[in-house]
Structures are given as structure tokens and as C-alpha cells.
Ligand binder design. Structure first.
Ligand code: FAD
Length: 458
């Protein structure tokens, strides 16, 4: 990268907000996918105006810009795969406006999800997207990946909880999308177009978030099953009745086996699947919902159904879920973690496929995830440094993704395409639709400087 451009960038953001030392470049070269590619420089703008200027300068010289929130993404979206600059939003940290009467909050993109939740809670509200990475991921990253967490089953993902955006296109132009109202009917929905676009169309510099009131009470339940099929059937039964849970998470037998030593006698050996169900509402509706869930969760495979009596017991029930991810990393640090999603009623068929390929290709697979949305985190516990094992795992993935699409699902429920899913996109999105997407990309980013090589390709 030429010195003249570095000087110009420095004059836009300031001396301390332009990084070029190799140790800094390394720190911004990777995300949670663990792919690492060095940028040529890192810029740390603090306001919208600077993002406009940076983008214009880079466009003049066709320098790639990879926008980065906190780099917690798991698919390589924030990895600067074509070098150029990383534009980190970590210093765009202002909560600009809170409007309780309009149930909205306006924030800069670098505010973390947790900071949004803390501020909203002061007024009795919450923002529905609640990824496990809430403490450190940014709102800009959440919007750009279409992120979600356990609450999505009742309250939706980012897509259902975003009102509008301010952003800078690859042409260096400011755009504003959406409104501050929950109803509008004028023009195309550019807010939804930017949501999930993984930094390939525009750089989000402000977001208007739709807030929801915190419910009076919530209660947690745990159901243990003899087999995953019974648990999956219970999920479909729970979702077929009107008392919608505010979380409906599951773990399969392999996941339970991994955490059993840490949780002692809590899970009897015959338990081969677990559901964690939360309901919320007024004290009266919570009691009614518990009764309704208890009824629909019951089937021949149910071993036990337990309702937490207080917050300490609730915390204890979540414990199993919290210790699983670190445990998986401990035993297979380079595991492949997939993020597939199918209609809830199709979970049993998907589990059958996973069991079959696991046995056929001799790959241990542990599944857990957001069952209420049909979103499975399928973990292939392999060592990718073993070429034979890696080849078998790749064959597993081909069959798995094909089956997911046959069942009407998607190869990513919340992590996005990034770099790691690039080669599978054409399996899910047809030629005509990808051509439209590429044309849209050129309208937003004529010189293809924003996250080049990512997003749908022809
Ligand atoms: C322990 C752990 C748990 C997780 N749990 C969940 C979970 O429960 N649910 C879930 O959905 N995800 C989860 N994730 C994945 C990840 O945290 C989310 O995808 C998160 O939204 C990424 O935010 P980030 O700020 O780290 O974004 P980054 O990783 O920095 O970026 C992600 C993508 O967004 C783009 N981007 C970032 N900011 C902007 C912006 N301002 N404008 C335009 N593009 C931008 C980047 O270019 C990149 O393509 C988890 C990750 C970890 C490590």
C-alpha cells in the first residue's frame, strides 16, 4: 500500500487510529474461523464522516476494505482475504439515542450486544438477538451476519428486530434505510437487504434497533429423553401448540456423554437427548405455558421432566449448555462446527442422516443447538491435520448439506457464508438468483472493494 494513501488515511482518522505495525496487522488478520490473512493497514474510525472519506480514498485506488466488528464471526467474514485495509468499528461505541415511547435505540455499530442489552434493561426493554458471544460481539457484526440466539424462537433474529440503518456504500455514498416506525410501505426494504450481507454491500455506521419489553417472569424446564428421535418429536409437538417457548435448546447423546463427567449424576446413562425449554410472561401465563409444554413434551421416550424452582436452579440447568462448547474445543480443538437449519418438523429426518453418515464415515458428530428454530450446531470432532480424516469429513459435509436442502433448510442459520461456506452457496442459491445478487453487489459497490470475494458469486 503506497505511503500517500496511508498519509491520507492518517489525516482522516488521526495518528493513533491507523495501525501498520506487523504485530497489529496480525491481531486483525483473523476471526473465530481461525483463517488468518494479513491486511496492509488497519483504520479505527470513530464517526460516520470518517467512514465516508476512508471509503472514497480506497475506491480511488481500488483498495479492498474488510469491515470488522469484534472478529467473533466463525466463517471468515472479517478476514481480509484480499489484503487491503481492515476497517474496525471498535471505536464507534456510542449509544446515540434511546426512545422508550417508540421502543427503539439508535447506536453506532461498534457497541457490543451486551451494552445494548444493559442500556435497554434500564428502561425495561431488551433487544431480541442474544448470541452466545453477546459480551464481545458488535451490533454491526450482528446485523451483518443476521445473528440470533436462544430467544429467536419466540422473538426472532436480527431480521425481525431492526428498523433502519445508516451506511456507506462501496461508492463512498451515504444511504439511510428504513424508518423509526414498525410499519411502513414505501419502496424496497434496503434494511433487510443489508441485514446478513456480511459487509459486502455497505459499511453500517448507525443502526436503529427495535426493542421489546422485558417480561415479568421466566421459568426454565429440562426434559431428558431415551433417544434423539423422541426429543425431536417433542420439539415439533411443542412448536405445534400456542404456548411459544422463549428458548428451546437441545443436546444429543454424544454431547451429553462429553459433559457427563463434569455434571456427575445429573443425567442417567439412559438419557440420550436433552431439551431445555424456557417460557416467559406474566406469572399466570407462565404457569399455563409450563402445563402446556409439559403435556406436549411427553412421549414414550421421555425419562424425566423437571421445572426449575428458582433462579439458582435455572442457572444450574443452563450450566450443561454453557460447559458444552469449551468441552468440545478441549477434545477437538480443530473440529468443524456447522450451523445448519431445517424446518422443525424435519429434525428427526436430519438426525437420522447425521447418525447414518457418522457411522458410515467413522466421524464422531455431536449436535446441539436452537431446536425451536430447527438450527443445529453439528460438530464434526475431527483432527483436520489427518488428511484421511479430513477427506472423510468433507464427504460427510457434502451429504449433510445436500440432505439439509432436500428437507427445505439452509446451510447456515446464523453464521453466514464468509470464506468457509463459499463453495457451497451455489448448492442453495440458483444461477438466476445469484446473478441478481451479483448485479445488486455492483450497484452498491461498483469497484468491488467491500469484502471482495465474499458473498454470493457467479
Ligand atoms: C463463543 C461464540 C459464541 C457465538 N454464539 C453465537 C450465537 O449464539 N449466535 C450467532 O448468531 N452467532 C454466534 N457467534 C458468532 C458471532 O459472534 C456472530 O456472528 C456475531 O454477530 C459477529 O459479530 P462481530 O462483531 O464479532 O463481527 P465480525 O466477526 O467482526 O464480522 C462478521 C461479519 O460482519 C461484517 N461486519 C461487521 N461489522 C460491520 C459493519 N459495521 N458494517 C458492515 N459489515 C460489518 C464483517 O465484514 C463480517 O463479514 C458466536 C461466536 C463465538 C466466538
Amino acid at each position: 500500500m503506497d505511503n500517500a494513501l496511508l498519509e491520507q488515511l492518517r489525516s482522516v482518522v488521526g495518528e493513533d487510529e491507523l495501525l501498520t505495525e506487523s504485530v497489529d496487522l496480525l491481531s486483525y488478520s483473523y476471526d473465530n474461523s481461525r483463517i488468518s490473512i494479513l491486511p496492509d493497514a488497519v483504520v479505527l474510525p470513530t464517526e460516520h464522516r470518517q467512514v465516508v472519506e476512508i471509503t472514497r480514498l480506497c475506491r480511488e485506488r481500488k483498495i479492498p476494505i474488510t469491515t470488522r466488528g469484534r472478529g467473533s464471526g466463525t466463517s471468515g467474514g472479517a478476514v481480509p482475504s484480499r489484503h487491503g485495509i481492515v476497517l474496525s468499528t471498535e471505536r464507534m461505541r456510542k449509544i446515540l439515542r434511546m426512545e422508550p415511547g417508540d421502543r427503539l435505540m439508535v447506536v453506532q455499530p461498534g457497541v457490543t450486544n451486551r451494552e445494548v442489552q444493559e442500556e435497554a434493561a434500564r428502561y425495561g426493554f431488551f433487544w431480541a438477538p442474544d448470541p452466545g458471544s453477546s459480551a464481545f460481539c458488535s451490533v454491526g457484526g450482528n446485523i451483518s451476519c443476521g445473528s440470533a440466539g436462544p430467544r429467536a424462537v419466540k422473538y426472532g433474529t436480527v431480521r425481525e428486530n431492526i428498523l433502519g440503518l445508516r451506511a456507506v456504500t462501496g461508492a463512498g455514498e451515504e444511504i439511510r434505510t428504513g424508518t423509526e416506525t414498525t410499519k411502513w410501505a414505501v419502496g424496497y426494504d434496503l434494511t433487510q437487504l443489508l441485514t446478513g450481507s456480511e459487509g459486502t454491500l455497505a459499511i453500517i455506521t448507525e443502526a436503529t434497533l427495535k426493542l421489546l419489553p422485558i417480561q415479568q417472569q421466566s421459568r426454565m424446564m429440562r426434559a431428558l429423553y431415551r433417544d434423539m428421535r423422541s426429543a425431536a418429536e417433542a420439539v415439533a409437538a411443542i412448536m405445534a401448540q400456542p404456548a411459544t417457548p422463549s428458548a428451546l435448546e437441545f443436546m444429543d447423546g454424544k454431547s451429553l456423554e462429553l459433559i457427563r463427567p463434569q455434571l456427575g449424576g445429573k443425567f442417567p446413562p439412559e438419557a440420550q437427548a436433552l431439551l431445555m425449554v424456557e417460557v416467559d410472561g406474566s406469572p399466570h401465563t407462565v404457569e399455563e405455558s409450563i402445563a402446556a409444554i409439559r403435556l406436549s413434551a411427553a412421549n414414550d421416550g421421555l425419562i424425566s421432566f423437571y421445572v426449575a424452582a428458582n433462579s439458582a436452579e435455572t442457572e444450574e440447568l443452563w450450566q450443561a449448555r454453557k460447559i458444552l462448547s469449551p468441552r468440545l474445543r478441549e477434545i477437538a480443538p480443530k473440529k468443524i462446527n456447522e450451523d445448519i437449519v431445517v424446518p422443525v418438523s424435519k429434525i428427526p429426518q436430519l438426525i437420522e442422516t447425521i447418525n447414518t453418515i457418522s457411522a458410515q464415515y467413522r466421524i464422531t458428530i455431536a449436535n446441539f443447538g436452537h431446536a425451536g428454530n430447527g438450527n443445529l450446531h453439528t460438530n464434526l470432532l475431527i483432527n483436520p491435520d489427518d488428511p484421511a480424516e479430513l477427506k472423510r469429513a468433507e464427504s460427510c459435509l457434502d451429504i449433510l448439506f445436500q440432505r439439509v436442502l432436500e428437507l427445505g433448510g439452509s446451510i447456515s442459520g446464523e453464521h453466514g457464508i464468509g470464506l468457509v461456506k463459499q463453495k457451497f452457496v451455489s448448492n442453495e442459491i440458483g444461477d438466476r438468483e445469484r446473478k441478481l445478487m451479483v448485479e445488486i453487489k455492483y450497484l452498491f459497490d461498483p469497484d468491488v472493494i467491500l469484502n471482495p470475494g465474499k458473498g454470493p458469486q457467479l
